[in-house]
Ligand binder design. Structure first.
Ligand code: NZQ
Ligand code: ZN
Length: 390
């Protein structure tokens, strides 16, 4: 296990009704917030009204940035930065899923930066300071509510890129599982797939010695495999929603990656799908993941798949190691397609092979020439995984 630095500074208020603390908590930082949200789900399900009421109780002045797209665009970030700068706003409150939160994070850093906020996406070393970010999470998926990552798209250049800053870690996140009751089944499925993928990206590592982290990752995976289908079928099941929500935060807040310094494999490949075809992030991940697993399974990697098969799926440990690994991969794929009804291949996501060369090249270029994850992937490997997924 490598040395690591683990510091998550988010105050989490978890559970039904925690919104009642929103105004008081934010008033500790500022009396003017930019409220950032998406296409209007928070107005339909009443979360917007609850939040505004709480902010008004503490005389917090509210400015708004609405219509943040899934796969949030740099244009929204620019607009948010302008509103904040013009009105001397002291904090950004995201109410929504990862898209609203990520947009808010880059706005918060953009306020403290003199140039174009896209600079902060292409060069994370420029993310030095920000105004505080607060979140009210409405979809369990990205873990953005408790980490310093933000992913922003520039559709003019077909780029979807991630940035990071410790200062972007939200100061406060309200996690009320009932706020996810209204998430449509399709997004519940995609969110669950995203949590699973974050866990895999950390779990499949070559760095040895992270026994505790691996067992925690397995617990998160089992939680998703158990509760994902329940939330998918029973939208108002509190325990299912609560467990998925807490799993989403811990899959990608540094806990299970601590000590392994792992580079991710499937996310960079998926980001090209989103950048070229604007697909739902979790659906792209669910299609690619089993094919990536089959592609990287070999004599060197099989033991990790054996751990996964036995510890997560309960596969008989006396079986041949490759049979265990292949069965675990089959079960993973069946889970996505049969339990969560996620499209089985890229064609169903309306993706053709016409851009595969460019997408594969971009996926590795972003990572400095190759994806140096669990197994190193060059552009030709990425292209083959896209072809397998078609
Ligand atoms: O826009 P509204 O109307 O709010 O509807 C949203 C949107 O259509 C809807 N939704 C969210 N909460 C709802 C709801 N509908 C009804 N009831 C609710 N309670 O769900 C749709 C998807 O929302 P979005 O925020 O786009 O989803 P998600 O949380 O999956 O975020 C996806 C974005 O986050 C990035 C992804 O790449 C993508 O851009 N990621 C961010 C990460 C991070 N910051 O750590 C890591 C991830 O790997 C990921 O890359
Ligand atoms: Zn993700």
């Amino acid at each position: 296990m490598y040395n690591f630095n683990f510091q998550v500074t988010t105050k989490v208020l978890f559970g039904e009704g925690q919104i009642k603390h929103l105004g008081k908590e934010i008033s500790k930082y500022t009396d003017k917030v930019l409220l950032v949200y998406g296409g209007g789900s928070i107005k339909k399900n009443g979360i917007y009204d609850s939040a505004v009421e709480q902010l008004k109780n503490y005389n917090i002045e509210i400015f708004e940035l609405a219509n943040v797209d899934p796969n949030p665009r740099i244009e929204s970030v620019r607009e948010g930065v302008s509103i904040c700068k013009e009105n001397s706003i002291g904090g950004v409150l995201a109410i929504g899923g990862g898209s609203s939160i990520d947009c808010s994070k880059v706005i918060s850093a953009g306020v403290k930066y003199d140039g174009d906020p896209w600079d902060l996406i292409i060069d994370r070393s420029l993310v030095k300071e920000s105004i505080p970010v607060f979140t009210v999470l409405t979809l369990a998926a990205t873990g953005s509510e408790m980490n310093g990552n933000a992913v922003i798209s520039n559709m003019n250049t077909n780029e979807k890129l991630g940035t990071y800053g410790r200062c972007l870690i939200p100061k406060l996140s309200i996690l009320d599982p009932t706020y996810t009751f209204s998430v449509p089944a399709r997004h519940t499925a995609a969110g669950t797939a995203d949590i699973i993928s974050h866990t895999f990206e950390n779990y499949f590592t070559n760095v040895e010695g992270g026994y505790l982290q691996a067992r925690m990752a397995e617990a998160i995976l089992k939680t998703c495999f158990h509760y994902g289908p329940i939330a998918y079928k029973e939208a108002n099941n509190y325990d299912a929603r609560a467990n998925l929500m807490w799993a989403s935060s811990w899959a990608i807040n540094g806990l299970i990656s601590a000590g392994s310094a792992n580079n991710w494999s499937v996310h960079p490949m998926e980001h090209e799908l989103s950048a070229f075809y604007d697909v739902t992030h979790g659906e792209g991940l669910a299609v690619l993941t089993p094919h990536w697993m089959r592609y990287v399974l070999n004599e060197d990697t099989v033991s990790k798949f054996v751990d996964y098969g036995i510890n997560v799926w309960g596969i008989d440990s006396s079986m041949d190691k490759f049979d265990i690994a292949n069965l675990a991969i089959d079960k993973t794929q069946e889970f996505f397609t049969k339990e969560l009804n996620i499209p089985a291949n890229l064609r169903e996501l309306k993706i053709s092979n016409k851009d595969f060369d460019t997408m594969a090249q971009k996926a590795v270029t972003v990572k400095g020439g190759s994806i140096q994850g669990f197994v190193e992937l060059h552009a030709e490997d990425v292209k083959k995984i896209y072809e397998m997924s078609l």
